[in-house]
Ligand binder design. Structure first.
Ligand code: SAM
Ligand code: SF4
Length: 351
């Protein structure tokens, strides 16, 4: 039988492992094995993107949501939340603030609603005409193909829609009946057809997830080949049906980031806010595990506490440039550099 390191070495080089080998890599990791995996993943990231980490300004445009995800504080059934939606002007101003700090990549994220399509198209058009060198990423949930097309035509470059779990039965345990695995998959396919750089992704340690499901995540991503993958630990939120579930492990999240980096060498992989919210060194540990994107918050301050996806969410950002300087210093201390350009996936750079 091959050793743990032999399986990892082979996977990093050839992106091949059996299901039972993947499960073994996940189930039998220990601090030393994690360190080894992170080292291999880092090498793969550096070969493709050097020591640069792309910085994107995150604007949490609205916490209104029709979704009912059992894990998320923004779910429509949660009455214990102050709902807000930024105006067009507030969104554009937030992006301009990021632009003045040097950011050339913004992410507009929010709950899923169906009454904002024209507003979003107009905001994207506005950002693109005022700041043509800025890449715009949207993350606004499941929408009709026509809506995705409208936003793409308005100038949106990328779309983040985590698949949440690659296992259909598991998906059904995390969501109410009205939310369908197949619809999520259809949305991902539509986004790809429209030419978006698409981001999939999943939580680590979500309720009912075991090593079987995590191994399947790697297999699913090898098949889908998404340009971006968001991976963060599950963190409970007090007003959800999963309030009393265990939080996801930081170490297991780092291992999954490393395995995904090996599986998809060129992918854009953020060191997520959920990771930074779970560990004081979470941001840099994510980068050292092979992540190459960070998304500091540039939402106007007065709204931040209301974007309560999970408890204890970190919301410090780049406001007043101070946060950005701190980010640059933290990355510098581990030998990396914040890159403020559009930050496209390698395969999309020449387009
Ligand atoms: N509504 C959009 C959607 O669902 O795609 C975008 C916003 S949603 C808040 C962004 C991501 O947050 C989700 O894809 C999910 O993986 C993550 N998330 C939600 N609740 C979480 C929790 N309790 N812990 C960690 N991540 C969570
Ligand atoms: Fe809504 Fe997204 Fe939260 Fe689900 S994860 S409840 S769709 S904001």
């Amino acid at each position: 039988m091959s050793s743990y390191r032999e399986i990892l070495d082979w996977f990093a080089l050839h992106r091949e492992a059996s299901h039972s080998e993947l499960e073994r890599l996940i189930a039998t990791a220990d601090p030393e094995r994690l360190d080894y995996a992170m080292g291999l993943a880092r090498e793969v990231a550096v070969q493709n993107y050097g020591h640069g980490v792309f910085v994107r300004g995150l604007v949490e445009v609205s916490n209104r949501c029709v979704g009912g995800c059992y894990y998320c504080g923004l779910r429509t059934e949660n009455r214990n939340i102050n709902r807000y939606a930024l105006s067009e002007e507030e969104i554009v101003e937030a992006c301009k603030g990021g632009y003045e700090l040097g950011l050339r990549s913004v992410v507009l994220q929010g709950g899923e609603v169906y009454d904002m399509s024209q507003k979003v198209a107009s905001v994207v058009g506005n950002i693109k005409s005022l700041m043509p060198d800025v890449a715009v990423t949207l993350s606004l949930g499941e929408q009709d193909a026509e809506v995705y097309e409208l936003w793409r035509k308005a100038g949106a470059d990328r779309y983040l829609l985590r698949h949440e779990t690659a296992t259909k039965g598991h998906y059904a345990r995390l969501h109410p009946e009205r939310m369908r695995y197949d619809n999520r998959q259809r949305c991902l396919a539509n986004l790809k057809t429209l030419g978006y750089q698409v981001g999939a992704g999943f939580m680590v340690g979500s309720p009912f997830q075991g090593t079987e499901e995590l191994a399947h995540e790697i297999e699913y991503l090898l098949g889908l080949q998404p340009p971006m993958v968001g991976i963060g630990p599950y963190i409970p939120q007090c007003d959800t049906p999963f309030a009393n579930q265990k939080r996801g492990s930081v170490e297991r999240t780092l291992l999954m980031v490393s395995l995904v980096r090996m599986a998809l060498p060129k992918a854009l992989i953020p060191s997520t806010t959920a990771l930074a919210s779970s560990d004081a060194q979470g941001m840099t540990r994510g980068v050292l595990a092979g992540a190459n994107v960070v998304m500091p918050n540039i939402t106007p301050h007065k709204y931040r506490a209301d974007y309560a996806i999970y408890d204890g969410k970190k919301s410090s950002g780049t406001e007043a440039g101070e946060g950005l300087r701190q980010l640059q210093a933290e990355l510098g201390a581990i030998g990396y550099e914040a890159v403020l350009t559009r930050g496209d996936h390698l395969d999309f750079m020449k387009r």
